[in-house]
Design a protein around this ligand. Structure first.
Ligand code: NDP
Ligand code: 8X3
Length: 250
């Protein structure tokens, strides 16, 4: 079995690659930070004795995505599970104060990047006669919160695209699942606040957030259901988080 995981250099993607490798999957790990991919690949191979292929590309660059997926040969073409995880929030402000470069990064990564990867992998899954696409959305794709505007819009797009893919893929025996987490402590906030580590800690103060491993377990559970069962959509939050805007803090 082969899992293709975008954004496997940190957070949810990295924990997911680790769990799938632990369960005997051969893994395709991707991301922009080649040093991290190399180190992680060595770790996965030596710890779990599985095959690991690193593909170093930026999901925002369609030509890079296409070339990376076209480079797959032999057994690596038989991708069973694609986990569209690479994504980010950049900035937190009203639209009137918004930074357009931040908007472009979120739209290009979370929507267009996910589409490029999916578009180029679909033909392989169709040729294989089966497959499973797991899109990482967000609670921000189900609701909006103050200053979340563009990030929320990109994750609402992931919600819509997951539903659309599920229809388009019906004749091809390809499952589509959307997993929508609330607060997970990863590098997400460090990226959102552009490296300001003090500010990045604030969302998690006084609460027990989800861990990347919690989401990895959910992803693995969806991927390991029997062939006739598809989990369409999951919202998962820390116990102290009711929705996008109500969190109980001590
Ligand atoms: P991290 O910042 O810890 O990890 C993000 C991953 O995405 C990294 O591996 C990064 O790799 C990759 N990535 C980002 N941009 C690109 C790009 N242009 N090309 C290729 N890879 C890219 O964040 P999380 O693990 O938290 O985020 C993973 C997903 O989960 C995202 O889609 C996020 O929106 C979603 N999510 C996160 C939540 C949270 O609270 N943390 C809650 C709900 C959803 P590299 O930098 O090496 O390219
Ligand atoms: C990440 C969760 O609530 O910070 O998608 O937008 S939130």
């Amino acid at each position: 079995m082969i899992a293709f995981i975008t954004g496997a250099t940190a957070g949810i993607g990295k924990a997911t690659a680790e769990l799938f490798a632990k369960n005997g999957y051969n893994i395709i790990i991707t991301g922009r930070r080649k040093d991290r991919l190399d180190e992680f690949s060595t770790h996965l191979k030596s710890t779990y004795k599985v095959e690991v292929l690193s593909l170093n590309f930026d999901v925002r660059n369609n030509k890079e995505v296409e070339a990376a997926i076209k480079s797959l040969s032999g057994e690596w073409k038989k991708v069973d599970v694609l986990i569209n995880n690479a994504g980010l929030a950049v900035g937190l402000s009203t639209i009137q104060d918004g930074d357009i470069d931040d908007w472009e990064r979120m739209i290009d990564t979370n929507i267009k990047g996910l589409l490029y990867v999916t578009r180029h992998l679909f033909p392989l899954m169709i040729a294989n006669g089966s497959g499973h696409i797991i899109n990482i959305g967000s609670i921000a794709g189900k609701e909006v919160y103050a200053n979340g505007n563009i990030y929320c819009a990109t994750k609402h797009a992931v919600d819509a695209l997951s539903k659309s893919m599920r229809i388009d893929m019906l004749p091809f025996n390809i499952k589509v699942t959307a997993i929508n987490p609330g607060m997970v402590e990863t590098e997400f906030s460090i990226v959102r606040f552009k490296g300001d580590e003090e500010r990045a800690k604030k969302p998690y103060l006084g609460i027990q957030p989800l861990t990347p491993e919690d989401i990895a377990e959910t992803i693995y559970w969806c991927a390991s259901r029997p062939a006739h069962v598809n989990i369409n959509d999951i919202i998962i939050t820390p116990t102290v988080q009711a929705n996008a805007t109500n969190t109980f803090r001590k």
